[in-house]
Write a protein that binds this ligand. Structure first.
Ligand SMILES: [Zn+2]
Ligand SMILES: [Zn+2]
Length: 413
């Protein structure tokens, strides 16, 4: 393995993702299912919550945040690392990791002029948080000024409407430099600029809970993606009309609610309805195309040729849903990143709502630089935080997990 540079605060995020992916490229035991990796990330969050609960364990908590961040970056890096063609179909089955990767590299934000063509964590973060809060569209965030507007947006959408519009405007106004890859340090500063007014006031346990919630959202999407892979070649096609009917009924209910709500201006009401109807039609038309002309659809959308006719419809449907799932997943990964930053500030607040890098982020960056290193060499290079090797191996995973199990068995009181 080539000598990999350490992760410094100035390391660009995408480089950090790729480098960590390389360090852990040898741990094949976790490479079959994406959920396996994600469970490790969720476990980290559970351990973090426990450190936060015991208030005196702040150093441990911040070290855990660093490990969580590194795992997240590695997860993204493994999925986005450049490889040749991605064969995600094997014996007419979809391979979960290969499918995930094939979906994640598909270009997002095509409608935004300066958005980069290739995918990265920074791109997903900037898309969801266009240098402004993802809910109110302001920097610094103004959500705290009228929290009820956001809490009651389903029941009373009127006062809320201007906010998504403001976010959309911010997205359209993003300049080329706004999409530039963030550095590790820049990631903290990015969210600090948006949420500096709330970061210092938050209770650490609340932020840790929120982070867990976001990790759960990712787990839901990954579970659904894996379901599409393990499902037999018939069920989805058989269920399609039920799926469509269910959505149609729910959609009609929502439209009915929208039409009868008194708390909305007539103009706003019809504007929302038009937008929803347009979305509905676009999604259903696309699904119809995948279902009725699957070979054309697969060729046009996925560049897949030579799929036998009797397999094509099933495959097209699975890919249709896989793509919807991964679009959501990218948003959720951006949210995870945002809450990970928030919890870092919340664990050790320094009471100074300034623009400076606070105690928490500095501790996390120090662990990333000093902990993820090959210790044996004179000039330090990147390595696993547990075994200090690069690449890390299945041996490291099994050594640590099984010795832990055995120890717990032995030292019972
Ligand atoms: Zn806000
Ligand atoms: Zn290791």
């Amino acid at each position: 393995m080539a000598h990999l540079k350490l992760l410094t605060p100035e390391t660009p995020l995408h480089d950090a993702c790729l480098r960590l992916a390389e360090v852990y490229s040898g741990v094949e035991a976790t490479k079959r299912y994406p959920l396996y990796r994600w469970t490790q990330i969720s476990n980290d969050a559970a351990v973090l919550a426990e450190h936060v609960r015991r208030r005196h364990q702040e150093d441990d908590a911040l070290e855990r945040v660093a490990k969580l961040l590194a795992r997240l970056l590695e997860f993204v890096g493994y999925n986005l690392r450049p490889v040749g063609s991605l064969n995600f179909i094997h014996d007419n089955r979809l391979l979960p990791y290969a499918l995930l990767r094939a979906c994640l590299v598909r270009q997002s934000a095509k409608h935004l002029r300066y958005a980069p063509k290739s995918e990265s964590l920074t791109k997903w973060v900037v898309l969801k948080y266009p240098h402004a809060c993802s809910k109110c569209g302001e920097r610094p965030c103004h959500c705290v000024v009228t929290p009820w507007v956001f809490e009651e947006r389903r029941e009373n959408p009127g006062p809320y409407l201007k906010f998504p519009q403001s976010v959309e405007k911010k997205q359209c106004r993003l300049r080329k430099e706004d999409w530039q890859d963030l550095t590790l340090k820049g990631l903290f500063e990015f969210f600090h600029a948006i949420y500096r007014n709330t970061l210092y006031q938050q209770d650490p346990w609340k932020t840790a809970f929120h982070l867990s919630e976001e990790l759960g959202e990712v787990a839901i999407e990954l579970t659904r993606l894996q379901t599409l892979c393990v499902i037999d070649n018939k069920t989805l096609g058989d269920e399609l009309s039920n799926i469509q009917e269910k959505v149609k009924n729910k959609f009609d209910d929502e439209i009915e609610k929208l039409r009868t709500t008194k708390r909305l201006k007539v103009g706003d009401r019809s504007k929302i309805e038009q937008k929803w109807q347009k979305n509905f039609k676009a999604s259903f038309d696309d699904l119809e195309a995948a279902s009725t002309m699957p070979t054309d659809w697969l060729r046009e959308r996925w560049g897949l040729k030579q799929i036998s006719k009797n397999k094509a419809r099933d495959l097209a449907l699975r890919l249709y849903f896989a793509e919807i799932i991964t679009r959501k997943l990218k948003e959720e990964l951006a949210d995870v990143t945002s809450w990970l930053v928030a919890v870092t500030y919340a664990i050790r607040p320094d009471k100074r709502p300034t623009g400076e890098l606070a105690v928490g982020p500095r501790a996390v960056l120090t662990t990333l630089e000093g902990g993820y290193a090959k210790k044996a060499e004179k000039t330090k290079s990147l390595g696993c935080i547990w075994c200090n090797q690069a690449p890390c191996s299945n041996g490291c995973l099994i050594r640590n997990s099984m010795s832990d199990e055995l120890m717990q068995e032995v030292i019972k009181f």
